[in-house]
Design a protein around this ligand. Structure first.
Ligand code: SAM
Length: 277
């Protein structure tokens, strides 16, 4: 632990890191809050953490304090010198890569070792990356957990249960072979500058995958089912080969709407589609 680190606000002033709206920058400074976020994945001593969007490094500091080996990808080149100072303060524990998280190869960076992913990201980038991480062909994936800040409304969609307006593709994707929960709500005033909406940290861990279902089949089924969420399944699944037959075989009434089906129902239908191929 390096007690000699200057306060984050000073680092920001010295490196001229005014928050950029275009990069979705809302920084966290409260050390206690950051330590609580870094504790969500469980003990990190000696574990590899892939952090996306470290910015000036508040969350990165908390991860380093927890003893993690951190690989951090940041797109904003202005932040790189500030992060380099942090790497100097924790020798051998932090590697910083300037780049776009959507383009880097995590397996390559982590050398094939298992890792945790932690990020406080702009919400559009976060949702795209989450979808990607949850769509891995091989399951369980190389990541052991995802600890991700989202705007509260998106977090609620990720953990949503059937028969709610938040229940849709994101919920199925996050729940058909993972456990997803809201670990912490974060008030907008915790950020600098404060965003318009509340946030929440979602924690996701891989669970066992139902056998024989390819992620692309589940993706196609949920895209069709929720593409026209107000319509009956009879209508919304019409264009997806094998889906209506599978629905009948599983015994689900085709006059129901997608949001009334459970995650287990989606698994049953996707499994039947795979068997019917
Ligand atoms: N982690 C810091 C914190 O909690 O205070 C910063 C959070 S700020 C909401 C999001 C960070 O992600 C910014 O530093 C931004 O530059 C970075 N970022 C945005 N898009 C990115 C991308 N595609 N790849 C890597 N970093 C990105």
């Amino acid at each position: 632990m390096s007690a000699s680190l200057p306060p984050l606000r000073e680092v920001i002033a010295r490196h001229g890191l005014s928050a950029s709206k275009a990069l979705g920058q809302n920084f966290l400074f409260d050390e206690q809050l950051l330590d609580r976020i870094a504790a969500i994945p469980g003990t990190l001593k000696g574990e590899t953490v892939f952090e996306v969007g470290p910015g000036p490094g508040g969350l990165t500091r908390a991860l380093l304090r927890a003893g993690a080996d951190v690989i951090a990808v940041e797109r904003d080149h202005r932040c790189i010198p500030a992060l380099a100072e942090l790497a100097d303060a924790y020798p051998g524990q932090l590697r910083v890569i300037e780049g776009d998280a959507m383009e880097v190869d995590i397996a390559d960076l982590t050398g094939g070792k298992p890792y945790h992913i932690v990020a406080n990201l702009p919400y559009n980038v976060g949702t795209a990356l989450l979808t990607d991480w949850l769509s891995a062909e091989v399951w369980p994936p190389a990541w052991r957990s995802l600890t991700l800040m989202f705007q509260l409304e998106v977090a609620e969609r990720i953990v949503a249960k059937p028969d709610s307006s938040a229940f849709g593709r994101l919920a199925i994707l996050a729940q058909w072979r993972s456990e997803a929960k809201i670990a912490m709500k974060v008030h907008r005033s915790a950020f600098t500058p404060p965003p318009k909406v509340m946030s929440a940290v979602v924690h996701i861990t891989p669970a066992s995958a139902p056998e024989g279902i390819r992620p692309k089949t589940m993706a196609a089924l949920t895209a069709a089912a929720f593409g026209q969420r107000r319509k009956m399944l009879r209508q919304s699944l019409k264009g997806l080969p094998g889906a209506l037959d599978a629905l009948a075989k599983v015994g689900i009434d085709e006059t129901r709407r997608a949001e009334t089906l459970s995650v287990a129902d989606f698994i049953a239908v996707a499994g039947e589609m795979e068997r019917g191929r």
